[in-house]
Each structure stands twice: as structure tokens, then as C-alpha cells.
Design a protein. Sequence first.
Length: 319
Amino acid sequence: MIGPRTNRFFTPPNVPKLDLHVTSLRGGGACPSQYWGQTHDGREVYIRYRGGFLSVDVAEEPGEEVLYDGGFLDIELGPPLDGELSVRQLIALTGLKVDELDGFQVSAEREAERDLSGATTFWSAIGISATNEGAEQFLSVLWREFPDCQLFENIWSQPRGRKKRPLWPGETPKEAILEIMLGAGCPKISLHYSRFKYDFPGYGSPEDNSRFSQEARREVETVGSIGCEVKYDSLRISSEFRTDDTLARTWLERLDQKLDACFPEIEYSPHDLATGEITAGEAIKTQDDPEITKWVQVASNRFRYIRRAARDLPLIGYR
């Protein structure tokens, strides 16, 4: 079954200490963070952190290329979509030994660094598709179900930088990023939904459905495409709290229930695009705004997704 990660709570595991000693290390950046080094016997080392996953690869022999397959270490270290790991964190978490840091200074922990030691648990809800109306209804549920709920817009302006503006119950946000406080003891929750601020006509290009229709030899439509009356975007919500804070976890578990009620998990089955008949293959599970599902179910030529399993295989429609 293809679908998003269902467990929204993630606590970083203990990272196995690396029996690895490099003469130098260079790199950095974010999404991904990448580092290159070399062992004392001349083998190349490549380290990559992206999407919460840390991989370490070491060439088998001097002069050989690194295989980039996570053969030395491959571990889920951080929350989904996380992609920044400083050299200070890398060394502290893995025990990597470095003789010389090229252009780096192993300094005190930066304020922006995520705590990946296991003392912090991350909560995130991603892969949720919402229409504007569905996102606004979700906020209305929060105001109704949590009497002390407070919502703030994060507003960016020059030269003052970021500031927060409180939202009144029932008010439609105008910014893409909101901050939510459900009540006393609840950790700060961040909500991202671009369509609050940015309007866009849909996904893909106007020719996409025409191309699909031409191959299927019948008219087909995809939800959210340009020209479709149902527009949606990804709604992402995240938070973090001390792993031993049971009250914070309870708040977020309650929020989980509200999310699932507003955006239920839907299973879309693979169909032959030409005949409309169910075909072999894995179904796709996703959390969708009910308006999306309703639109797809109206007619047999409407699909949630259209994909090709491989270049030489026919298109598959999911509905």
C-alpha cells in the first residue's frame, strides 16, 4: 500500500557510533547537508542528510568511487522533511573522528539547530491535501473544540522582520504560516498552507489532461489540474516537545483525532486509464479533503492521480 508515514510522532534513535576516522571534512549546506572526506588510507567518504535520513558511504578501496548506497550507515535520524545537519551535530551524534575541519568551527549549539539527541520528540502531519474551504473548516474545528485555542499569523515585512498577528475565531487567514496554541501545556504548533496567501490556477500544465486523454482515447480529468473547479494544496502541521512531556503528547494526540476527522484517509485503487476497469497494482492511501474525494467519485473518467509505473508501461489512473 503506497501512502504517507502514519505515525506522526518521531523520537530520534540512538545513532551507532561510527568507527570512522577522516583526515579532513568539507561541505555543509541544507536539503541536503552533504560532507566529503577521506580516510587515512585514502578511501573517499560521503555523508548526506536529507528528509530526516542520514547516510554514510565509504569507498571500498583507495581510488574507487563511493557507491552512495548507505552501506556504512543508513538511519532515520530526524523528522520528515528535515534536511540540515551541522558538522557539530554530525560529530556529536556519530562519534566521527576528524583530524582537520576545512573551513568549519565546532562551536556551541546554534539556536536554529534541531535537537536530534532523543530528548526531543517531533510531531508532524504531512501529505494532507486541503481545499481553501477545508482548511478554513479545520481552523473552525480548532476554535470550537479547544476553547482556549489561539491562532496567530506569521507576517514578514521589511525592515521590521517577522511579527505575529492574532486571528479572531472565524477569521480567514491571509498568510501561509500560522502558529497555533491549543491550551495550557500545549507546545507551539506550526501550520503551513500556501493557498491562504497565494492563489494559483492548479497543478501541471493545461496540456496534461489532453495528453492523458489522447493516450487513453477518451476524455479524462485529474483533480486540482488547471481548469478543474477543485483546487487544493498541501497542508503541513508540525510541533516538537520534550520526550518526557506526557501532557504535550496528549494535546497532539487530540489534534491528531481532529485532523483525521476533517481529512479522512482515502484509498484510491489503480484503474486502466482506457477502459476504466480496476487493474493489478498497489492502491494509494492519502489524507484528502472530502471535497476532493467527492469530485473524483462523480464520474468514471475522473482520477485522483495518473501515473506510469515504468516508461514502457501504460498510464494508470487512481480513483
